[in-house]
Design a protein around this ligand. Sequence first.
Ligand code: ADP
Ligand code: MG
Length: 230
Amino acid sequence: MANSTHDIIRIREMFFQYPHGDFRMHITDMNIARNEKIAVLGPSGCGKSTFLHLLAGIIVPDCGSVLVDDIDIAKFSDARRRDFRNRKIGFIFQQFELIDYLSVLENVLLPLRISRGTRLNLKIKNRALELLEATGLADKYRRRPGQLSHGERQRVAIARAMINNPAILLADEPTGNLDPDNKRHVKNLIFKCTEESQATLIFITHDHDLLEGFDGVIDLQQILQGDCND
Ligand code: ADP
Ligand code: MG
């Protein structure tokens, strides 16, 4: 059953509620196996982004546990949690969250600037340039996000999420505003990045057409309803 090598994420009796608002999340028991690619489905507002933010330690549960690689990150201070997140987790945000006044290259390097004790050496800069090459942005690394198309900004967000070779890649509706061809393209790029870093992927999507190739599907609404007695 569950052991440290098999499951990279283990959730037990987890409750979460925003301080302001009545949305509540309760997950009794959930495991996600290492190196799997998992799709998370659910209608808008059901808690998909909240779920990813809990996995990333951006927010912490009110009670119960979210173990990431056997560590209960809720027990860390904010600074240690941020550090852990920057080392272990790549996060592709729904709105990308690129910094407008930084270049594409500086945006990709951002998680390393935030991590304590990481020096920006030539090797790391070369890795960022390689990622930009792999995402088709090699000639645009000096640009600002405002000088890129929507699809290009998204690829910067993907490259940034990969800079630390994350053990876990969390993608919040990365194909949300794309046409069918680009959806497949972005999914394939994220799959390729996941496989190359031997990461575990948790990928939110609305799109039933995109489920091919995933190892598992979590229907979040179904899980939350099953755990909600009120
Ligand atoms: P999804 O990503 O599935 O669309 P979210 O996780 O963003 O859903 O939101 C789930 C619910 O939590 C929604 O009802 C939303 O309004 C609410 N919510 C999200 N963020 C906050 C917040 N910071 N404070 C209060 N309520 C919030
Ligand atoms: Mg969302």
